[in-house]
Design a protein around this ligand. Structure first.
Ligand SMILES: [Zn+2]
Length: 389
């Protein structure tokens, strides 16, 4: 392995083993994250494809509307021509009538019309002469009226075509803004895709890393797979103070110079330990193991606790250190041994003075692989393993 890969692997290992939160993680959570982000990516991609189709459809609709607007414009122009022609015809007919009138000089009051009429030799002839004039003017009047009607009709048509054109324009601009909205949405989604791909890669790398370590889906990272070293009979710890009380099985009494103030019993599921009634005494784990809980959210009274899982020859053993001060020097995922300091004696939560409540269980750990009600049935007397002062 080259240096670059080694550094990458170390960084990845650090990120995975020391996450910046206090709860343990199963491999399944990482697998689920891969699945979740992959699904998210697919949804985004199909949404983009669908939106692009919508945009294409809208473009077609806009082109269609533009055609209709153009068509309507032509119709309006044709009607305008017809109107103009009708106006010309009216003018022509009007001129004709005027000529007839002028001819018979009805308008200028010379009474030529009357002369023409009265110039008739018989009554019949006179009536005939009058009727000719009347018929000619009546005819022209009728033609002009028809033309006026045609103009009115054409104007009405023109008006309704203008209305149509207006609503087509409105529709067109609505479609254009809809198109712009969808296009903005597409580029918005496209902008988030690199991030989603990054998440998939991140979690996929973690999944691959732990599968290579032999972890299964329901394994808890660093706890039920890639587990800490076993609790051993002697020696493998870091420096242990000379006053430490260590049993032949390798277990250590957690507080140097500490005394038992309340024993394990039916009314007390752990052992209380004090040291000169003072706070701040360093607390050491009873055996080598891995920290899986740090915080004050598990206990209903808000006591700060550290909980450690131990590998007792393949069987899970848990030790809990409660009422400690909030300045806890270890993190979830951290390997510790009997030489480590994991907390300081305090009086947080439901407590009347500085003491350590040490509680231990076999197979089932609170907030680890069991609920509280199940866990309490697995609580054991710590002195089954821990040396008694
Ligand atoms: Zn107690």
């Amino acid at each position: 392995m080259n240096k670059r890969k080694m550094v990458l692997l170390l960084v990845l290992t650090f990120i995975i083993l020391f996450p910046f939160n206090v709860s343990a993680t199963t491999l399944k959570e990482y697998e689920d994250a891969v699945e979740k982000y992959t699904k998210e990516l697919k949804e985004k991609e199909s949404k983009i494809a669908k939106s692009k189709e919508e945009v294409e459809q809208i473009k077609k609709n806009i082109a269609n509307i533009e055609n209709q607007i153009e068509q309507t414009q032509k119709e309006i122009e044709n009607l305008q021509k017809e109107i103009e022609e009708s106006n010309k015809k009216i003018e022509k007919k009007s001129n004709e009538s005027k000529k007839i009138m002028a001819y018979y000089q009805i308008e200028n009051g010379d009474n030529a019309y009357l002369e023409y009429a009265f110039g008739a030799e018989t009554i019949t002839d006179m009536i005939y002469r009058i009727s000719i004039v009347e018929q000619l003017t009546e005819y022209n009047k009728k033609v002009m009226q028809e033309l006026k009607q045609l103009i009115e009709e054409n104007n009405r048509k023109k008006e309704s075509l203008s209305e149509k054109q207006k609503s087509l324009s409105t529709l067109k601009s609505q479609l254009q803004s809809e198109k712009e909205r969808i296009e903005a949405e597409i580029s918005g989604i496209e902008g988030t895709i690199p991030d989603t791909k990054g998440q998939i890669e991140l979690y996929q790398n973690r999944v691959n890393y732990y599968r290579n370590k032999g972890c299964k889906s329901n394994d808890i990272i660093g706890i039920t797979c890639d587990v800490p070293k076993k609790v051993t009979g002697s020696g493998s710890s870091s420096s242990v103070a000379p006053g430490a009380l260590i049993g032949s099985n390798g277990f250590r009494f957690p507080v140097d110079g500490g005394a038992i103030s309340w024993n394990y019993g039916s009314n007390h599921k752990g052992v209380d330990i004090t040291r000169n009634r003072t706070c701040g005494a360093p607390i050491h784990p009873v055996a080598a193991g891995r920290v899986y809980y740090v915080g004050n959210t598990l206990d209903v009274y808000g006591a700060y606790m550290v909980i450690i899982v131990h590998n007792l020859n393949g069987r899970l053993l848990f030790s809990q250190y409660a009422h400690v001060q909030s300045n806890i020097p270890v993190r979830v995922g951290q390997d510790v041994d009997i030489g480590s300091t994991i907390a300081y004696m305090g009086t947080t939560g439901y407590s009347t003075g500085c003491h350590l409540h040490l509680e231990m269980s076999l197979d089932k750990g609170w907030g680890y692989n069991s609920s509280y009600s199940e866990y309490i049935r697995h609580i054991i007397n710590p002195f089954n393993y821990v040396p008694r002062p």
